[in-house]
Design a protein around this ligand. Structure first.
Ligand SMILES: [Zn+2]
Length: 215
């Protein structure tokens, strides 16, 4: 019995959920989780989601060296392992090429806290400076932003895509979904030609106090 299979299954199931809500398509994007032994389970490089199976998920170490798997780890593996190295409480990373997030990155427009979706992911959601996809710089620059803002659950890589993190796969999935939904809402609001109004500090404090009380 493959001792990693249960984790491969979990990464695969989250991947299929992301396909189901149209956050990832074909083979773009990648998903990973940190395992109890410190290794990382990550989607393989270049395999389309239509043809992916749980056993195709790759196990790599914290430096991106493959430990087990038929395929190579995602070409964006450095984004994942650099975040895990610098964020001990992050156990799942999701990277999407979702459309609304990328669109705002091309005009370097961060996502203001205009709705609950963007409040609960620690918005405003910043746009990280451009780095060549697949390089270690993508990972180190994203990790630096997450370290500067401990409450931030996601960011957008300029001209590239979105990154969401979480303490587990479900949290990272919800954060990715909320960021893309927030980006879509912001886009729709901008179509009116008027200026979308962000929640005020007072409103945010009130919402969080209420939320923490009912949690
Ligand atoms: Zn990418």
């Amino acid at each position: 019995m493959d001792r990693y299979f249960i984790y491969k299954q979990q990464v695969f199931e989250t991947t299929m959920k992301l396909v189901g809500v149209d956050l990832i398509r074909i083979s773009a994007g990648n998903i990973s989780m940190r395992l109890p032994d410190g290794n990382i389970a990550i989607t393989p490089s270049g395999i389309s989601y239509d043809h992916m199976h749980p056993e195709d998920i790759v196990i790599m170490d914290i430096n991106g060296k493959k430990i087990e798997g038929k395929y190579n780890p995602s070409s964006e593996k450095a984004l994942h392992h650099e975040i895990y190295k610098s964020k001990p409480n992050t156990n799942a990373v999701i990277h999407t090429h979702s459309r609304y997030a990328i669109a705002f990155s091309t005009v370097t427009l961060e996502l203001p806290v205009i709705c609950l979706e963007l409040l609960f992911v620690g918005g405003p959601i910043p746009i990280a400076d451009y780095q060549c996809p697949g390089t270690i710089a993508v990972g180190t620059s994203a990790a630096a932003i997450f370290n500067d803002r401990p409450d931030l659950k996601g960011l957008i890589l300029k001209n590239h895509g979105m990154v969401a993190i979480g303490e587990n796969l479900e949290a990272a999935y919800q954060n990715a979904y909320n960021i893309e939904t927030g980006a879509e809402i912001y886009h729709i609001a901008l179509q009116t030609g008027k200026n979308p109004v962000a929640l005020t500090e007072t409103q945010i404090k009130e919402i969080l106090a209420h939320y923490n009380k009912t949690k």
